[in-house]
Design a protein around this ligand. Structure first.
Ligand SMILES: *Cc1c(COP(=O)(O)O)cnc(C)c1O
Length: 369
């Protein structure tokens, strides 16, 4: 009998989407241009068109994308910015970099994205300078309601699309709803580079111009610092070449993720396990996340049987050690989710035997319980 397959949490080979990455590297080496060149410009144009937005500005990573988006909006130290506390602390990190005063808003129990009622209550308190909405796990937030609330309040909305490349709600892509949208191209993301990368998208030409200055020292022309808050956050030619070659395969890769997820949810029906519903186009299935009060035992059982899993995320932003002395906000839905969420392997390149093994080991756990 063949031994049971081991299942890793991520496959760098599946993430290549079958693209010849060596050829991309050789092309960039031969071009003699390595940072912010023709590949970056071509990728920016292609990605903006794909998302359905006028401008894309390539930057060094997703956290910089969020930080530069806040700077482009002119957010000043002490100004209040709202976000969620269950999305890995990336938006809170960007807010800390600009000195913004973080306001955490609770999430909707079904999608685990920002709850419109909670946003309405937070906006009603006034003095909000911006809102960052994360499409968590690849699931798009309730954008019609969230954008309407921000528009009515006259507050800019930044989308964090770092887990949602290719998701679309009512035919409108993640990244085409907010004033600005931030993407990460970290290797494990739905669209990943061979290292770090990111982008900020916007329809606003003036914001795009500020972003182009901010990513390069605040230069409004070469060697002339015309904008405060600039730094070095450029995208490499190699990363842009890889992203450009992979972009045409993103839809197929997301379809593969959704098929794996649908298979899991069908197989887990009837188990005392809270599973995501079969994913539609508004879910890029970056992560397949179940919920159970028996998380630690299930994770240990999976590990003992060669199936990797992970927790996204175990510690809410407001509970991070760096904030130990601060008062705690009231976020009951966020707190409950942090204690129960568990991510199972779900990525392009996961084989049918590996998927079947994940299902078998999860079912075994509940059969024994
Ligand atoms: C990965 C991620 C980021 C940060 O991107 P980096 O490129 O790692 O800086 C931001 N937000 C979310 C939701 C992410 O998953």
């Amino acid at each position: 009998m063949a031994s049971a397959p081991q299942v890793a949490f991520f496959s760098p080979f599946g993430a290549a989407f079958g693209v010849d990455l060596g050829a991309c590297l050789q092309r960039v080496v031969d071009s003699g241009w390595y940072v912010l060149g023709p590949q970056v410009r071509e990728f920016e144009t292609a990605f903006a068109r794909y998302v359905g937005v006028r401008h894309a500005v390539g930057v060094a990573n997703g956290t910089d994308a969020l930080t530069l988006a806040l700077r482009a909006l002119g957010i000043q130290p002490g100004q209040r910015v709202l976000t969620v506390a269950n999305a890995g602390c990336y938006s809170s990190t960007a807010m800390a970099q600009v000195g913004a005063d973080p306001g955490w808003v609770d999430v909707d129990p079904a999608r685990l994205t920002m709850a419109p009622e909670a946003l309405a209550a937070a906006l009603a308190e006034g003095r909000v300078a911006a809102v960052i909405v994360t499409h968590l796990y690849g699931q798009m937030a309730d954008m019609p309601r969230l954008t309407a609330l921000c528009q009515a309040a006259g507050v800019p909305l930044i989308e964090d699309c770092a887990q949602a490349h290719g998701a679309a709600l009512h035919g409108r892509c993640a990244g085409a709803w907010g004033t600005l949208a931030c993407f990460s191209f970290y290797p494990t993301k739905n669209l990943g580079a061979l290292g770090d990368g990111g982008a900020v998208l916007t329809d606003d030409a003036a914001l795009a111009e500020r972003l182009r200055a901010l990513r390069q020292y605040g230069w409004t022309r070469k060697y002339e610092v015309g904008l405060p808050g600039g730094g070095n956050s450029r995208l490499d030619e190699l990363q842009a070449a890889v992203l450009l070659a992979k972009l045409p395969h993103l839809e197929a890769a997301n379809a593969e993720r959704r098929a794996i997820a649908a298979g899991y949810s069908a197989a887990f029906a009837g188990l005392p396990l809270d599973c995501p519903p079969p994913p539609g186009p508004d879910h890029a299935m970056h992560l397949y996340v179940v919920r159970t009060p028996h998380r630690a035992a299930l994770q240990a059982h999976l590990a003992a049987h060669g199936v990797a899993s992970d927790i996204h995320y175990p510690l809410a932003d407001h509970r991070q050690p760096v904030r130990a002395a601060q008062p705690l906000p009231h976020l009951p839905v966020t707190e409950a989710a942090c204690a129960e969420v568990l991510s199972l392997p779900c990525y392009p390149g996961l084989t049918a035997p590996q998927g079947a093994r994940v299902i078998e080991v999860v079912r075994q756990f509940f059969a024994a319980a």
